[in-house]
Every structure is written in C-alpha cells, then in structure tokens.
Design a protein. Structure first.
Length: 119
C-alpha cells in the first residue's frame, strides 16, 4: 500500500473499505522534518464525497519509537478533512516514516498506511 505512490509529488490513494476510497496529501512538498505540515484527506464512496467522518493521522517510524505524532483532521465539507502536524527529526538520521490514516464513519472503520521518506 502506498509504495507505488510518491507523497512528495502527489496525493496518494488507497481503498479504505469496499467501495470507500481515501486519498492523503501532505504539503508543502517535498515533505520535510521539522516543518509545519498540512495533511489533507479526501473521502468518498460510491455516492460521492463522504462527510461526518472521524479522521486521524498517526506518524511513526518503522521499528523505532519516535513518540506519539497524531493529528486529528477536521472536516471541511465536500469529503475533505484537514489537519496540521510536524514530523520530528530522527536522531539516528533515518528518514523512513509511515503515515497511518484512521477513519471512522458510520459503521465503517478503516486504517490505511503510506510509507514515505522525509527529505
Ligand atoms: Cu527515528
């Protein structure tokens, strides 16, 4: 999931649940550590944009505890959700991060993740 999509260049899409699609976009690009970031998620199903979801993004490093880096995204309408956050600098110099997107809407709960390296 996410490996064939480059978050430094574009929003990345995934399937949250059958018939439910989600995209994650991070700006500014390229994505850097220690920078104010804006996370934008779009959520849609077969009928179009989905509002009223609870959306959170957890940022972590595979195999390393980097503290809790969780952003709650608020709904903007039209299936869009937005939140802010900062990716800490890794003391080991590693750059690989994983974004876990947790979405709950109605009786649908989904979790999709994206891997990316910060610049
Ligand atoms: Cu680290």
């Amino acid at each position: 999931m996410g490996e064939d999509c480059n978050l430094h260049e574009q929003a990345c899409a995934a399937v949250l649940a059958p018939g439910v699609a989600v995209t994650l976009d991070i700006s500014p690009k390229p994505v850097r550590a220690m920078t104010d970031l804006e996370f934008t998620v779009s959520l849609s199903d077969r009928n179009g944009p989905v509002d009223g979801a609870q959306v959170a993004l957890d940022l972590s490093m595979p195999g390393m505890f980097m503290g809790e880096n969780r952003s709650i995204l608020s709904g903007l309408g039209n299936g869009l959700y937005q939140g802010k956050g900062v990716i800490p600098k890794c003391p080991s110099g590693k750059t690989l991060w994983r974004g876990d997107l947790q979405v709950q809407v109605g009786d649908v709960t989904g979790n999709v993740w994206f891997l990316f390296s910060v610049k």
